[in-house]
Design a protein around this ligand. Structure first.
Ligand code: 5HY
Length: 243
């Protein structure tokens, strides 16, 4: 099976890191490829960034459909464009936030989330509500690091994330912690070592869920709201999206 990891921001080094993390946990025989859109924000840290990045995600889904991809992972913690992406394919499409929330509730009754900037906490809180996990999550915390500090070894992003995870461990009464950024995909083991709690990371969680769905031959339902979009022309610079 071929799983395509889509990094919705346009930072190639983060896409590479996400691909490596996914490949590390994939079963033998699973092909893992990672892409990012040509156009869009270099990092996603606001509602605006998210809205623009969603178009890039949809273009990558359309590209994957021509390549016969079996499942997709949207590797940004806001799960940008998730439902629209599911309309474009019969293959499973999994957002890393949704995947991490599901797994965290299988190993703990309560979890906290540690994400990057405080201003993005509301995005995770909205997802917790819309996915029905709000009552499982004690707190969405921020390490107050810009997303691209995760690409800069000198920025001591890891130290700030560990400090915030330790605060969650000591103050929130939770059994596990969810990492709130695709760019943290390579830090799980170090954080687990330093904090001593189960750490749930979304990219790897989504890859294992995608493998399960494909092996169970469970794809996105084309019955109801996730049916393929109705054919229609699009105008202007989006004309290429119409049919
Ligand atoms: C992410 N931004 O996973 C989100 C994290 C965040 O570019 N990749 C990004 O802070 O919302």
């Amino acid at each position: 099976m071929h799983i395509r990891l889509i990094n919705p921001n346009t930072t190639a080094s983060m896409t590479e890191k996400i691909g490596a993390a996914g490949l590390k946990v994939a079963a033998a025989g699973t092909v893992v490829s990672a892409t990012n859109p040509d156009a869009g924000p270099v990092s996603i840290e606001s509602h605006f960034d998210e809205a623009i990045s969603a178009v890039g995600v949809l273009e990558e889904i359309r590209r994957g459909e021509q390549e016969g991809v079996d499942a997709y992972v949207i590797a940004c913690f806001g799960d940008p464009g998730l439902l629209a992406a599911r309309e474009l394919t019969a293959a499973p499409v999994i957002g890393i936030a949704e995947a991490a929330f599901h797994l965290a509730t299988l190993i703990s009754t309560r979890f906290s989330v540690v994400t990057t900037l405080g201003r993005t906490c509301i995005i995770a809180e909205h997802l917790l509500q819309s996915y029905g996990f709000a009552h499982h999550c004690r707190k969405v915390r921020a390490a107050e690091i810009p997303v691209l500090d995760l690409e800069d070894d000198g920025a001591c992003a890891l130290g700030r994330i560990v400090d915030e995870c330790r605060r969650a461990r000591d103050e929130d009464g939770v059994g596990s912690i969810v990492l709130g950024c695709g760019g943290m995909a390579d830090l799980t083991d170090e954080i687990r070592e330093a904090v001593g709690l189960p750490i749930v990371e979304g990219v790897t969680a989504a890859v294992k869920l995608a493998e399960s769905l494909v092996s169970l031959r469970l794809g996105t339902s084309k019955h109801g709201d996730l049916a393929f979009p109705r054919s229609k022309p699009f105008t202007g610079r989006f004309a290429y999206l119409g049919n």
